[in-house]
Ligand binder design. Structure first.
Ligand SMILES: NC(=O)c1ccc[n+]([C@@H]2O[C@H](COP(=O)([O-])OP(=O)(O)OC[C@H]3O[C@@H](n4cnc5c(N)ncnc54)[C@H](O)[C@@H]3O)[C@@H](O)[C@H]2O)c1
Length: 327
């Protein structure tokens, strides 16, 4: 097992997208572990970054408001960093179709910018990239493992998979150690809920909190996989600390899929407000996910002892990151 406290204590770490949802949660864990944390974020309006995401740890991290698209900036910022968590991204699939070139610049070209910065200024850095399960498109079989065909269905998916493959190539060809975590639907504190273009779960939660109706497509039987942000952060920490992850991709998901109508039913039950637009019948309840969602609605933490689905999208592989050891 990897001793995360021993590995990260005093470790010089960079988190791009560090003021965003997942990046700021990861930053909190890194601060707790005693890492020397540098956050880089451009704070582009309408994306998920905000200074209040680091409320309480602002004096324990360094923040550089900068854009990962800038080669000279990145050349400088990567220089003394031992582990780089590459989370800066344009996350909206809708926006990627409206404005494909911005998505290309941030999700694809910027990954080369960061990797080139490492190659020429800090080839010893380990880079952990935030990939996405969207690269698989419509699944041919379930559960989807990493051998599943990659067949993205939108511009964001294409650019994310290109960004991911740069990391694998730089690992294999230039020795800049890298790996990718393909995240499913991440949820938790500090998630953007101000608009509905960054995925549906944050938006559903907002609607329920405000007592508004939640509309779902069809009968709501479509299932999705969710992962709690602490578990996603844990997966990043493990991947960053392990040499056995180099050149690999890993699915990071939750314990069990949840149907849209069940998700909305749970949210509504918890908040006792709103109504489930198109769902039919009484939603099946899952105690486990009820606990998760309760935790989410009662920001910032789930109740003590709540079951937390450790990343299980690819059960054997992801859970094994921790078992493989640091080298
Ligand atoms: N949230 C999910 O469910 C999910 C699922 C799969 C993959 N991901 C990936 O995880 C990463 C983080 O996502 P998130 O949910 O925390 O989103 P987020 O929007 O909260 O965080 C992304 C951060 O990146 C910053 N950023 C964007 N462009 C930048 C640039 N050019 N330079 C510097 N900073 C920039 C934004 O300001 C924001 O703070 C993204 O790469 C995303 O593709 C997220």
């Amino acid at each position: 097992m990897i001793d995360l406290a021993a590995f990260y204590r005093g470790r010089r770490v960079l988190v791009t997208g560090g003021l965003g949802f997942i990046g700021s949660n990861l930053a909190r864990r890194l601060v707790d572990l005693g890492a020397d944390v540098l956050l880089v974020d451009s704070l582009i309006p309408d994306y998920g970054g905000h200074l209040f995401n680091i409320d309480g740890i602002e004096h324990r991290v360094r923040v550089n408001v900068a854009d990962v698209r800038q080669q000279s900036t990145m050349n400088y910022l990567v220089r003394d960093r031992e582990v780089i968590f590459s989370l800066a991204g344009q996350v909206s699939h809708i926006d990627s179709m409206r404005d494909p070139f911005t998505d290309l610049e941030i999700n694809c070209r910027s990954q080369l910018t960061i990797l080139e910065a490492c190659r020429h200024n800090n080839a010893a850095a380990k880079v952990v990239y935030a990939g996405t399960r969207q690269v698989y498109g419509k699944p041919e079989y379930l559960p989807v493992d990493e051998r599943h065909l990659v067949r993205p269905t939108d511009v964001n998916g294409i650019n994310k998979v290109a960004g991911e493959y740069y990391h694998l190539v730089y690992n294999h060809v230039f020795g800049v150690r890298g790996c990718s975590l393909r995240l499913t639907n991440v949820y938790g504190p500090r998630q953007l809920v101000k608009h509905n273009r960054q995925g549906f779960i944050g938006w559903f939660i907002r609607l329920v909190i405000e007592g508004r109706d939640v509309e779902i497509f069809g009968d709501g039987s479509q299932v999705r996989d969710f992962v709690y942000v602490d578990d996603a952060a844990e997966a990043f920490l493990l991947a960053g600390a392990s040499e056995t992850t180099n050149g690999e991709v890993f699915n990071v998901g939750g314990d069990e899929p949840v149907a849209h109508r069940d998700l909305v039913g749970m949210l509504v039950d918890i908040r006792a407000a709103g109504a489930c637009g198109s769902s039919t019948g009484r939603p099946r309840r899952s105690h486990r996910h009820r606990q998760f969602l309760l935790g989410l609605l009662e920001f910032p933490k789930p109740p003590a002892g709540a079951p937390r689905g450790l990343p299980k999208g690819s059960p054997a592989r992801l859970l094994s990151i921790g078992d493989l050891g640091a080298s």
